[in-house]
Design a protein around this ligand. Structure first.
Ligand code: FO1
Length: 311
């Protein structure tokens, strides 16, 4: 069974890792949001792509979910000492990746070629696509600070400003990465990982051709909102600030036109009927992935659900 997963950062990486432990590597393709990418110190940083690749490679920092395990911070300490910008923390091992990726980009390689090369070097055998080789930048429109680049909003301002909306700069000029639409066409299922619908999944779905391609597939989305709260990150805060009560039902409405089956946490079992009334099937399980075993357990639960209900 071939699966394509759409993923943002930490939540997406965890579920992708669960599927990587449960499926042959040739059957799993992960398409990763690059709307969070930005340039810092002249380096090209691709946080979600790195989070997914590090996680699949077993290199991710187990505490933060992003960045590298066994990291050291000598470069950052030196930057701090010299009065440089220290709001976005780049570890020494991580910096090596940004240096080499930037060098390769400047030499004319594409982000997807570089990602494939890095994955092979790290022993990642699944296919990982950046959503596009062209720049797409998620801009967050806020009440207090006007429009902010995603990392300025997320890391520098700690998601404090009130959100009014989003803009995906460059989206109309961007194309899905080569081979990505074919992977969707060949997939038996598309999984929407428990990533932020507004800023992690929407940028992928809004790229030219992707919504149409995904719309032709059986889709299973995992709600990143449990009991009205996001497991990680500002998804619930964003829903609330945009005037929508954060819940698995709001996530169901968000993805409704794709007619996905929605995986909701057992704490939200009471919302199942309302989601069903939208015409969406529900699968109720424990969706919290607190350790490696839980990632695999959720992926296997979903594969079982697919096998018994959707095939
Ligand atoms: N997130 C933070 O909250 N603070 C940081 O200093 C930070 C640095 C960082 C460096 C490399 C990287 O790949 C990710 C990093 N992140 C950091 C995470 C990242 O900003 C977010 O997780 C994603 O963009 C949201 O999915």
């Amino acid at each position: 069974m071939k699966i394509v997963a759409l993923a943002g950062g930490v939540g997406g990486a965890k579920l992708a890792h669960g599927f990587a432990q449960s499926l042959p590597s040739k059957d799993l393709t992960i398409i990763v949001n690059t709307g969070d990418d930005f340039e810092h110190f002249g380096l090209y940083i691709s946080p979600d792509l790195d989070t997914v690749c590090y996680t699949l490679a077993g290199l991710a920092n187990p505490t933060t979910g992003w960045g590298r395990r066994d990291e050291s911070w000598k470069t950052m300490e030196n930057i701090q000492l010299l009065g440089g910008p220290d709001w976005f923390r780049l570890g020494d091992l991580d910096l090596g990746v940004h240096l080499e990726r930037t060098r390769r980009l400047k030499a004319g390689q594409t982000l997807s070629q570089i990602t494939l090369h890095f994955c092979r070097k790290w022993g990642v055998l699944q296919t990982v696509f950046p959503m596009s080789d062209q720049p797409v930048r998620t801009m967050v429109n806020t009440v207090e600070a006007g429009e902010l680049g995603f990392q300025e909003y997320f890391v520098r301002e700690r998601c404090q400003p009130q959100v009014k909306g989003f803009r995906f700069e460059g989206l109309d000029q961007a194309a899905p990465a080569p081979g990505l639409l074919e992977a969707i066409h060949q997939a038996d299922f598309v999984i929407i990982c428990p990533s932020n619908p507004w800023v992690s999944i929407d940028p992928i779905l809004k790229l030219p051709g992707i919504l149409d391609a995904v719309g032709k597939k059986k889709v299973i989305a995992v709600s990143p909102i449990i009991a009205g709260e996001a497991i990680k990150g500002p998804a619930a805060k964003m829903y609330a600030e945009l005037g929508i009560q954060p819940s698995a039902l709001a996530v169901a409405r968000h993805y409704q036109r794709l007619r996905p089956a929605l995986v909701i946490d057992q704490k939200d079992a009471g919302l199942s009927d309302d989601v069903n009334k939208l015409g969406l099937e529900t699968f109720i399980t424990n969706t919290i992935m607190s350790d490696h075993t839980e990632r695999k357990r959720l992926a296997e639960d979903m594969l079982h659900f697919i096998g018994s209900n959707l095939l």
